[in-house]
Ligand binder design. Structure first.
Ligand SMILES: Nc1nc2c(c(=O)[nH]1)N[C@H]1C(S)=C(S)[C@@H](COP(=O)(O)O)O[C@H]1N2
Ligand SMILES: [Mo]
Length: 198
C-alpha cells in the first residue's frame, strides 16, 4: 500500500512500526458515523459501574496536572503515525481521583455518539495513557475527538476513544462496538491482535 498516502518505513524506523503497518502521511481521520457536536461547556465524564458514581466537568479535568505526551498511533486498517504530540491528563492522575472497587478488572469506555470500546483495567490504568484535549499544540479538532478523547498508545487506535463521555468499571470482560463486530478484544499491534478468532 505504499504510494500517495502511505510509505514503507525505512530500516531506521523498523523497530517503531509494528508488523503489517505503513506510515501515514498526515493524520487520517477514522470515525464510524458522524462527528458528534460536543463543546467544552457541554462535555462531561461520567464514572459508573464498580466505582463511586461521579461526573467530572471540563473545569475539574483542567484542574488536574496537565502534561505533554509524545506517542505512536497505530490504526488496525494498517496506517501508523509516529511521534504524535498531545496535551492532556494522564489516566493515572484521573484514576487517583476515583474510588474504584477492588472487584473492578475491566472498563468500558463510552463516547458521545454511542461508540464504545473495552479495556482490561491493567491496559487502561497506565501513566502512558491519557485524556487528550490538545493535538500538536492546538485544541483537539472535533474530527480527531475534540474537545476530549482518550489515547492508549500501546494498543490499536480503535481503543483510543474519541469524544469520551464515560468510564464504566466492570468485574467481567465485555465487548465494545468494534470488538462485537469482529475486532480482537485486546488489540496489541506488535502481536497483530487485529481480529477475533470467534
Ligand atoms: N468515538 C469514537 N472513537 C473512535 C472511533 C470512532 O469511530 N468513534 N474510531 C476509532 C478508530 S478505528 C481509530 S483508528 C481512531 C482514529 O482516530 P483519528 O480519527 O483521530 O485518527 O479513533 C478511534 N476512536
Ligand atoms: Mo482504526
Amino acid at each position: 500500500m505504499a504510494g500517495k498516502f502511505f510509505q514503507k518505513p525505512g530500516p531506521e524506523l523498523a523497530d517503531r512500526v509494528p508488523p503489517g503497518q505503513h506510515l501515514a502521511k498526515g493524520f487520517p481521520v477514522l470515525t464510524y458515523g458522524d462527528t458528534p457536536a460536543v463543546t467544552q461547556a457541554n462535555w462531561s465524564l461520567s464514572i459508573s459501574g464498580l466505582a463511586e458514581a461521579k461526573v467530572f466537568t471540563w473545569a475539574e479535568i483542567m484542574a488536574l496536572p496537565q502534561r505533554e505526551f509524545t506517542a505512536d498511533f497505530h490504526c488496525v486498517t494498517t496506517w501508523s503515525k509516529l511521534d504524535v504530540t498531545w496535551g492532556g491528563v494522564s489516566v493515572t492522575d484521573l484514576m487517583a481521583q476515583l474510588a474504584v472497587e477492588p472487584a473492578a478488572a475491566h472498563v468500558m469506555l463510552h463516547c458521545y455518539g454511542g461508540y464504545t470500546t473495552n479495556l482490561a483495567l491493567a491496559d487502561f490504568n497506565r501513566p502512558a495513557n491519557f485524556f487528550a484535549h490538545t493535538l500538536a499544540g492546538e485544541p483537539l479538532p472535533a474530527e480527531h475527538g475534540g474537545p476530549m478523547r482518550l489515547v492508549v498508545p500501546h494498543l490499536y487506535a480503535w481503543k483510543s476513544a474519541k469524544w469520551i463521555s464515560g468510564l464504566e468499571f466492570l468485574a467481567d470482560p465485555a465487548l465494545g462496538f468494534w470488538e462485537r463486530n469482529g475486532y480482537h478484544p485486546r488489540g496489541e499491534p506488535w502481536a497483530e491482535e487485529r481480529y477475533s478468532d470467534r
